[in-house]
Each structure stands twice: as C-alpha cells, then as structure tokens.
Design a protein around this ligand. Structure first.
Ligand SMILES: NC(=O)c1ccc[n+]([C@@H]2O[C@H](COP(=O)([O-])OP(=O)(O)OC[C@H]3O[C@@H](n4cnc5c(N)ncnc54)[C@H](O)[C@@H]3O)[C@@H](O)[C@H]2O)c1
Length: 324
C-alpha cells in the first residue's frame, strides 16, 4: 500500500504535525526497553492519539537490533495496533517497519522543505539544485532519498558515505538504478558534510562528528539518527526539532547540547512551527533538524494504510479474535 501512496503519506504527516502543533494530539514519552547484555539493542513503545477528522489511537512497538544486519535481517521490525476511539477496542494489527520508515522519510522531506525556504529562495528551486550527502546507507537512507525526490530533490549530485564501504557503494548503485540519480558516488565523511543537504541515518550510539566541524550558513542537515553530531555543532547552528520535550532525552545530540549549555534556548522551534510559517531562522547559520520520531505520525500513517487496505479488500479478518 505504502509504495502507491507517497503523496498521501506526505499529506498525512504534514496534517499530523499541524494537529500536534495545535495541541489536537496526545504523544506520551516513548518507553525504551533496553537490555544490559545488549546495549546497542532496544524495543520501543510509542503510544499516541491523533485528533482532527479521523480520531485514532494506537501504539507502535518497534525493535531495533543493529547486529541483525550481519545475519541478513533488517535492523528494525515493528507492529502497530490501532484502537477504536469510541470503544478503545483494538481493531487492526499492521506490519509497521514499513510504516515507520515511510513516516520518518516523509517527515524528513517535509521538514527539509519547510526550513530550506528560510533562506529566501523558493523551496522547489533550492531542492532542485541542492547537492546531497547521505551518511549511513541503510533502510532509512533509502526511504528518505525516495521521499526527498518526491518532494522535489534533484538528486543530480549525491555523495554516499557509510562506515561499511560496500553498503555505501550499494546505496549509490540503488540511487542511480531506482531513483535515476544522475551523479552518485561514494566518498568520505568530510565530502558528504560539504553538500548543501546532509542526511544522517546511521546507527551511531554517540557523536563522532567532532566539535569544530564547520558547517556552512544555509546548509540543511537532517539529523534523523540523532546521535551523530557533537553538541557544540548544534550550539553553533539553527536547531529545529519535532517535539522539544521528547528530543531532550535518550542521550541524543540535542539532549547533550542542553546539558552542555544548561538550557534549551539553542532550539529555534519545531517542525510544526516551520510548517505553519512561524519559525524564524538565522540565515548566517546552518540549520539542523533533529526529529525524535513521534508516535502520532505512526498512528496517522497506520490509519491511512488500514483505510487503503480496507478499500481494496486487502484486510485479513480474524473472526472472534476478541470476544464480543
Ligand atoms: N528519528 C526518527 O524518527 C527515526 C525513525 C526511524 C529510524 N531512525 C534511525 O535511523 C537510523 C538508521 O536506521 P536504518 O534502519 O537505516 O538502519 P540500518 O542498520 O539499515 O543502516 C544504518 C547504516 O548506518 C551505518 N553506520 C553506522 N554507524 C555509522 C557511522 N558512524 N558513520 C557512517 N555510517 C554508519 C551502518 O553501517 C548501516 O549501513 C537508526 O539510528 C534509527 O534509530 C530514526
């Protein structure tokens, strides 16, 4: 369903950011299940409610096991439960790694469009001409590239970087083959950081881009993996997040920047504010978007997938799953 509905996913994600910004959504803190013997792995619960025209509640339960890659499995796997808002009864269980990747990528593309306009140039013109650097070449990088192209990114000058070079090379070939990207190549981290648009989608647990790394005014950094940049870099940039309270937890770079500076003043505002045209950014600084990843987006996109599947008779019914 998702591959046929990219524009609808983008619209749903944008509407949900507006609802969240207007206070017509409930997004409690994510709950992290961690394992002492496997510090790199976790399973996260993201419950949420979205208001608006199609009130929906539910929860995403997503596992992240980076070592899966060595056995040929994806890092993330997930299910999503939708609850009826009238009765509270669960009515659908959806595979959600795809939903999660799509909402993450759509949110990155929407945020990029909203903040690149701050320089005074039309977003469409900026996206068409912007060179791009991808750091981390996994599932999420592919999804983000797909949605950025949908939003208008020209993909005419792309650098791919990954600590595992063959993954960068495979991503570069995929961009050329699947998205018809014109000039794709692999290169080191510094080269990727020199591009107009930089996307971080790694599994780094702690910052490795050192303090003192110079980004340019007007550069847009989609810091989707949240823990790549030294906090000092954030303190010298415009910072946009999806939800301030959420982002300042879980040892993200914004969390470290808040600890280092003693406040959250370094955050210019939220993606919701940017979409609503209520955000003013300093044109003399680069802009870093750090989206924590809101459960409201999963619920809204999950609902879209459910409605589309139901319309196409693709829902599998399980009679008497819950006794009436
Ligand atoms: N903010 C959000 O809403 C959100 C949502 C979904 C996923 N994510 C995050 O996106 C990240 C990527 O997810 P994925 O499913 O693509 O993972 P993946 O395992 O498929 O790919 C990650 C890639 O990053 C590479 N990598 C790891 N450390 C690196 C480093 N220091 N420099 C360069 N490359 C490095 C790995 O080799 C791998 O190819 C994860 O950290 C995940 O938690 C964020």
């Amino acid at each position: 369903v998702l591959s046929e509905a990219k524009q609808e996913v983008m619209k749903t994600v944008e509407t949900t950011y507006r609802l969240h910004h207007a206070g017509d959504a409930v997004n409690p803190a994510s709950c992290f299940l961690r394992f002492p013997a496997k510090p790199d792995s976790r399973v996260i619960a993201l419950p949420a409610y979205v208001g608006g025209d199609s009130e929906t509640a539910g929860i995403k339960w997503i596992g992240s096991f980076p070592r899966n890659l060595s056995s040929g499995l994806p890092r993330a796997s997930a299910v999503l439960i939708l609850n009826d808002y009238e009765t509270g009864r669960p009515y659908a269980c959806l595979e959600a790694a795809g939903i999660s990747a799509a909402r993450t990528a759509a949110s990155a593309a929407i945020a990029c469009t909203a903040v690149c306009a701050e320089g005074g140039e039309e977003p469409a013109a900026w996206l068409q001409r912007a060179s791009a650097g991808f750091v981390g070449a996994g599932v999420i990088a592919r999804a983000i590239a797909t949605y950025l192209q949908q939003a208008g990114l020209g993909l005419s000058d792309v650098i791919c970087h990954d600590v595992t070079q063959p993954r960068a090379a495979a991503f570069s070939r995929w961009l050329a083959g699947e998205l018809n990207a014109a000039d794709c190549r692999t290169a080191d981290l510094d080269a990727a950081l020199g591009q107009d648009l930089v996307v971080f989608a790694t599994t780094a647990a702690a910052p490795y881009v050192p303090p003192g790394t110079r980004l340019r005014p007007g550069q847009v950094v989609l810091h989707v993996s949240l823990r790549d940049l030294a906090p000092e870099i954030l303190l010298a940039s415009n910072n946009v997040v999806d939800d301030v309270g959420h982002c300042l937890t879980a040892r993200t770079s914004p969390h470290l920047a808040a600890e280092l500076s003693g406040s959250s003043d370094f955050i210019a505002g939220t993606i919701g504010q940017a979409i609503a045209g209520q955000l003013r950014l300093d044109p003399g600084r680069p802009t870093i978007v750090s989206p924590f990843g809101l459960g409201v987006l999963d619920i809204a996109v999950g609902r879209l997938v459910y409605e589309r599947a139901r319309a196409d008779a693709r829902v599998i019914r399980v009679p008497d799953f819950i006794a009436s």
